[in-house]
Design a protein around this ligand. Sequence first.
Ligand SMILES: C[S@@+](CC[C@H](N)C(=O)[O-])C[C@H]1O[C@@H](n2cnc3c(N)ncnc32)[C@H](O)[C@@H]1O
Length: 284
Amino acid sequence: MTIKEALRQASKTLASGSIEDAPLEAELLLMHLLGIDRAKLYARLEDELSPGDAQAFAQLLKRRLSHEPIAYILGHREFFGHDFYVAPGVLIPRPESELLVEKALDFVKSEFPYRDPVIAEIGTGSGAIAISLALLLPNAKIYATDISPRALNIARVNCEKHGVQDRVYLLEGDLLDPLPEAVDIILANLPYIRDEELSELSAEIRMFEPMEALAGGRQGLDKVRQLLEEARGKLRPGGLILLEIGAGQGRAVVSLAKDLFPKARVELARDLAGRERVLSVTIP
Ligand SMILES: C[S@@+](CC[C@H](N)C(=O)[O-])C[C@H]1O[C@@H](n2cnc3c(N)ncnc32)[C@H](O)[C@@H]1O
């Protein structure tokens, strides 16, 4: 079978298994298997696929047909223009979380012309957010925490991959507990899926991504509330809290933040799809 035929067949198989973007995913899986980029793949369309490669390709397709996310099969995902290692046990970074990075950068640019900020990302997962910030803010001191040792191991690999292991301090523990000092910015994409929505998540998410990265309790706000309650003791005056939220949670988190920080400026920022996505709380 030629590469072209293998791709056509794979694309049909994936489409019949309800995989969206089946032609693209078939190409990505074969490029991954053969260790080549798209240009090389297209140059080799008429080449024969060896029986060994054909068998290995069938195995990859089987994994994808079982709804294992393609990022876990390929072992990486892009975030904020950088490539991150991902594996089961860690949430696959989502493009909408880039808004957290953008908001933190805006704040640093406007509020820290003379001093280097201290930043804490809580629930860092793969480390994508903390590392993206570290790459753009070479003088910032960044703590990245997680309750999951498995996630921290993956974040460690990513810190080394991007050469920021001396500037991103990985700490294990519950929310703000592990922070050794007060910081200027606390940002987090904490679990915020409501209990009743967990069963409605796609098979890719429900069956493969870690539950401790998703489940946020009855209203989805258990961790968000806990972090806001703890933040007072761990934030410097003039500091900022940035929290990613889910659809329909805007009003509840604004009122929570206003109760806890009556003097703060409390705002919601929308993502590219126009959804309220990030709560920001600026302390006077
Ligand atoms: C939605 S994921 C976000 C991961 C990563 N920051 C990202 O945006 O791709 C939430 C992360 O919070 C971590 N987490 C859950 N509960 C936590 C807690 N109580 N304290 C610290 N981290 C927690 C999970 O292990 C998971 O890595």
